[in-house]
Write a protein that binds this ligand. Structure first.
Ligand code: DC
Length: 223
């Protein structure tokens, strides 16, 4: 059985990309690479450095200097992988609400995208990788042998996200989660569309295990 060297998974926030990507990578013995962490890590470093995030040139310059690494988990604390920025472990801080609020602005700068896409391509070209993001099938790895674009309704994505954070001390109501997702859809819109040769899934009705089963059957049919 010949499996694709690169599997690209794109789609909006909350569509279930990370769950599917991690499951599929584990199933195939591939590296799971969530490219969103690079935009998040850069945003965190910029915030910590006290940079004005509206200063596009400064943020773009920082993107060429920060060394972002994604490695297998170095601690057994539930993290799917370890993220290092200039050697600092930022695996949890990149998930903070502050980063969440600013990351779309940073990810919108062309110089930032140019630099991070280049770095992502280096990792993608090594092969045996499931890459998850917004523009993997269209920009980062347009030659990927299998491209998946996940869709889910805003209501379903909001329900899932609210469920994920319901154990936090002060969980946001589903209406607020829904508003945040709608805002991010708007901001991320410019980089996100399905490649013409992508398999498009609606995850409203499928569980992640069913998606993996579908993909494995699809790959078997492709030979
Ligand atoms: O998937 P995520 O929520 O971790 O993504 C964080 C941000 O990075 C989000 O604003 C979209 C952006 N992003 C991007 O522009 N391109 C990618 N390949 C991955 C993420």
């Amino acid at each position: 059985m010949h499996y694709p060297a690169v599997i690209a998974i794109d789609g909006p926030a909350g569509a279930g990309k990370s769950t599917l990507g991690a499951l599929l990578a584990a199933r195939l013995g591939y590296l799971y690479f969530d490219t969103g962490v690079m935009y998040r890590a850069l945003t965190l470093v910029a915030l910590r450095a006290g940079l004005d995030l509206h200063d596009r040139a400064a943020v773009e310059d920082l993107a060429t200097r920060v060394v972002i690494e994604v490695a297998p988990p170095t601690q057994d604390d539930g993290r799917p992988y370890t993220v290092l920025a200039d050697g600092d472990d930022v695996s949890w801080p990149i998930r903070s609400p502050e980063v969440e609020r600013h990351v779309s602005l940073v990810a919108g700068y062309p110089g930032v995208r140019r630099e991070l896409v280049r770095q992502q391509q280096v990792i993608g070209q090594r092969g045996r990788v499931v890459m998850v993001g917004r523009d993997i099938g269209t920009v980062v790895m347009p030659g990927a042998d299998l491209k998946i674009f996940l869709q889910a309704s805003l209501d379903e994505r909001a329900r899932r996200r609210a469920n994920e954070v319901r154990d936090l001390p002060d969980p946001p109501p589903v209406t607020q989660v829904r508003e945040n997702l709608a805002r991010r859809d708007d901001l991320d819109h410019h980089v996100m569309h399905a490649a013409s040769d992508a398999v498009v899934f609606s995850t409203d009705d499928l569980s992640p295990e069913e998606e993996v089963a579908w993909i494995m059957a699809y790959l078997a049919r492709q030979g």
